[in-house]
Write a protein that binds this ligand. Structure first.
Ligand code: NAP
Ligand code: G4F
Length: 339
């Protein structure tokens, strides 16, 4: 009999890659879709029959992390072996605008799932929680599993709450519950309001004459960027280990937002000359002498996470996991998809 995996957040970047990965591993995959006024399944339409709402490998259900009844009904109906909770209000900047909603979904959502699993009688369900490097916040890099959480946004605070719930339910009720503390990971399927996708899409459009300027926020924040395809493999590996535990998943390198812009521009044969400082900083394209990069303070956060570099030694040693995509290969893959 096929193992059953239930993915919350299947319509998102990671959920879509994880669904593909688990289908290849011969799982029967179940996914949760929240109600939307227009279809939100574009990332999984190639593996999902949207007319019949399922196919034999991928079965979709309507549900919402803020609705306990739907979570209980779905888990009981499916009787899954593994649950991956990737669902979240995942945008850090937006969590400054909708803090209560962010907390409800990101903090109470996983708590609701853990409570249902705790009382579940049919089998021992393995649970994966999408924790985040944002939890480290102000802690100096490199960050590992022992680094102090010093969160800088309600998004990060909500993830810290969920992280501790996972550890608590593991210790108090012997649940096989694990945290993957994933550093930033991107792909062609990344949401358009995250900085990497915004840069790749913006510069490609400028190159093609479809857009004049790309307006960004803090160019000097540094992130440890990996590829989502590599990172979903770590999620599965985390749940297969006989001992439930928490793991950092990262590349152990960091680049600034400006580095990302420069590399992307170089790959598109655009030569940028930088002028001025602070909010007045601009990027001018040498060939056309036009300003193509501008800064707007509306894209800055009230509190920023300056530098993230993950030390993934534990995942490497125990799970035999390591990233395959370099920073450069990631940028190549994202650009390729724009043409
Ligand atoms: P994403 O593309 O924004 O996907 C989020 C998913 O959650 C979507 O499927 C979304 O559904 C769903 N969702 C949102 N609110 C929901 C609710 N109330 N009930 C049910 N589903 C809901 O995010 P991602 O980049 O794939 O990230 C996956 C998870 O990893 C998130 O929890 C994120 O916080 C975490 N994480 C991400 C990164 C990263 O760099 N990507 C790093 C560390 C941790 P819709 O499609 O309907 O919006
Ligand atoms: O792409 P971002 O919005 O990602 P951020 O805030 O690091 O969060 C992502 O990674 C987390 C893991 O550490 C996840 F938990 C979270 O769910 C999400 O996937 O911003 C990256 C950096 C920030 O420092 C931001 O200030 O880019 C800077 N930035 C500069 N200009 C911008 C922009 N960010 C966005 N979104 N848009 C800009 O125009």
């Amino acid at each position: 009999m096929k193992k059953k995996a239930l993915i919350f957040g299947i319509t998102g970047q990671d959920g879509s890659y994880l669904a593909e990965y688990l289908i290849k591993k011969k799982y029967q995959v179940h996914g949760i879709k929240r109600r939307t006024s227009t279809p939100n399944t574009s990332r999984i339409d190639h593996i999902f029959d949207s007319v019949n709402f399922n196919n034999k490998d991928l079965i979709m259900h309507h549900g919402d992390l803020s609705d306990s009844g739907s979570l209980y009904r779905i888990i009981n109906q499916i009787n899954p072996d593994e649950i991956y909770n990737l669902a979240a209000q995942s945008h850090v900047k937006i969590s400054f605008q909708i803090p209560e909603y962010t907390s409800d979904v990101n903090a109470l959502g996983p708590l609701r799932l853990l409570e249902i699993i705790r009382h579940y009688k049919k089998k021992k369900i393995k649970f994966y929680q999408a924790s985040s490097s944002e939890m480290f916040g102000k802690s100096k890099p490199p960050q590992n599993e022992k680094t102090l959480f010093l969160p800088r946004s309600v998004y990060a605070i909500s993830k810290v709450f969920a992280y501790h719930c996972v550890v608590h339910y593991r210790e108090a009720y012997n649940l096989h519950a694990c945290n993957g503390i994933l550093f930033n990971h991107e792909s062609p399927r990344r949401g358009v309001n995250f900085v990497t996708k915004k840069i790749v899409q913006g510069l490609t459009r400028i190159k093609n004459g479809q857009q004049k300027t790309l307006t960004l926020g803090n160019l000097y924040a540094r992130r440890d960027w990996g590829h989502a395809k590599d990172y979903v493999e770590s999620m599965w590996k985390i749940l297969q280990h006989k001992t439930a535990d928490d793991y950092v998943v990262s590349t152990n390198t960091s680049h600034s937002v400006k580095d990302f812009v420069k590399l992307c521009a170089k790959k598109l044969n655009m030569n940028i000359i930088w002028k001025n400082k602070g909010f007045k900083e601009i990027g001018i394209e040498k060939n056309t002498n036009r300003i193509i990069i501008k800064i707007d303070k509306k894209y800055f956060r009230e509190t920023e996470v300056d530098n993230l570099i993950g030390d993934y030694s534990k995942a490497k040693n125990r799970l035999k996991w390591k990233p395959r995509y370099s920073f450069e290969k990631l940028v190549d893959d994202m650009i390729k998809n724009e043409f």
